[in-house]
Write a protein that binds this ligand. Structure first.
Ligand code: COA
Length: 334
């Protein structure tokens, strides 16, 4: 029986129309970090594959990096700011509890009062945003969605913490999503495991921080070994499930863009998935470190810039991290 309410319908198919990224200018080699944590360049490279990373300067704010990445993505997509119907920002390092940084980013870009909000899904945030944006376009709530993954993790990382100082870094990536004649964004496979909530987290909650005699900014802490095991074993299964949902096999893949957490996790996943040799694998972590929500778009942007990912290539995106939260989808490279 009809309730008399109208409903909305959008485009049957969606695609990423453009990707952009911003890398902070300051390059920080392992040698700059090792003294404070009694480590070595060789140890860090052997355990993580990271040689150097980028640290944002004072002027390279979450907003500034997001705007730069978004302008590149919109340019490549051929979409004007006023055509953006929604701005989704995935981040854990915007330092105001409220309001969302997405509204300020939208305003600076000129998205003309489009809805704008932040999502908190840590390293999996960008792939969550792509899933949400794609579904919004298919449902008719938006035609073009700007999805940004951005972090200034150095603001919440202790350079004296042996378990994290050499891993986390800063940067921004962005994607413009829009309607398409054919499928360009496959079904998302996503989930969470709150039983492992404590594996990667802000050390104390804000009330506990303020109760301290000399309150200090809480930083990220991580049980690296447990995270490593979870990511290496569980995420390969999620990757396979994502290919199954998209109706393709590993032999159909051209490009693999996993979250840039750690080169050993990337290699372990590629082995478990039995990726054919010819599949190009994103290895941005070596020069960029782990930029959480920004890592997947940063890595894809580099592959496009360097000609490793070409328009029309079939790419598997998969991201995972604190929560524990994860999300993956197969996309066509714009
Ligand atoms: N430098 C040098 N040595 C270090 C060190 C450091 N920064 N941190 C730990 N060690 C030493 C330990 O003291 C220990 O020495 P011992 O064997 O003599 O006791 C040894 O290395 C192993 O310690 P462990 O904590 O088990 O390290 P690990 O092998 O698990 O490596 C990580 C640590 C962080 C590199 C690894 O756990 C990892 O990569 N985890 C995944 C992290 C990640 O990707 N997170 C992001 C997910 S979103």
């Amino acid at each position: 029986m009809s309730t008399g309410l109208a409903t909305s319908h959008g485009s049957e198919h969606t695609a990423i129309l453009g990707i952009g990224a911003y890398r902070p200018t300051r390059v920080v080699p392992n040698s700059e970090l090792v003294d404070a944590i009694n480590s070595s360049d060789a140890w860090i490279q052997q355990r993580t594959g990271i040689k150097e990373r980028r640290f944002a300067g004072p002027e390279e704010s979450v907003q500034m990096m997001s705007v730069a990445a978004s302008r590149k993505a919109m340019d490549r997509a051929g979409v004007e700011p006023a055509q953006i119907d929604c701005v989704i920002v995935a981040t854990v390092s915007h330092m105001l509890q409220t309001p969302a940084i997405a509204t300020a980013i939208g305003y600076e870009l000129g998205t003309d009062k489009a809805p704008a909000f932040d999502i908190s899904a840590a390293c999996a945030g960008f792939c969550h945003g792509v899933a949400l944006g794609s579904d919004m376009i298919r449902a008719g709530s938006a035609k073009h969605v700007l999805v940004i993954g951005v972090e200034r993790l150095t603001d919440i990382t202790s350079l004296n913490d042996r378990g994290t100082a050499f891993i986390f870094a800063d940067g921004a990536g962005a994607a413009v999503l829009g309607p398409s004649d054919e499928p360009g964004i496959g079904p998302v496979v996503w989930g969470s495991d709150g039983e492992q909530f404590d594996l990667i987290r802000q050390k104390e909650d804000w009330r506990d921080v303020l109760a301290q005699e000399t309150p200090a900014l809480p930083h990220l802490v991580m049980q690296g070994n447990s995270v490593f095991r979870w990511a290496s074993f569980e995420m390969a299964k999620i990757a396979q499930a994502t290919l199954d949902r998209a109706g393709i096999g590993v032999e159909d893949l051209d490009v693999f863009v996993p979250h840039q957490a750690n080169m050993r996790i990337i290699d372990a996943m590629a082995r478990s998935m039995k990726l054919p040799q010819r599949v190009r694998i994103a290895r941005d972590v070596a020069e960029q470190g782990n930029t959480s929500a920004a890592s997947v778009p940063l890595a894809l942007d580099r592959m496009i810039d360097e000609g490793e990912a070409k328009s029309g290539d079939i790419a598997l995106l998969i991201a995972f991290g604190a929560g524990l939260a994860y999300a993956a989808q197969v996309v066509k490279v714009p």
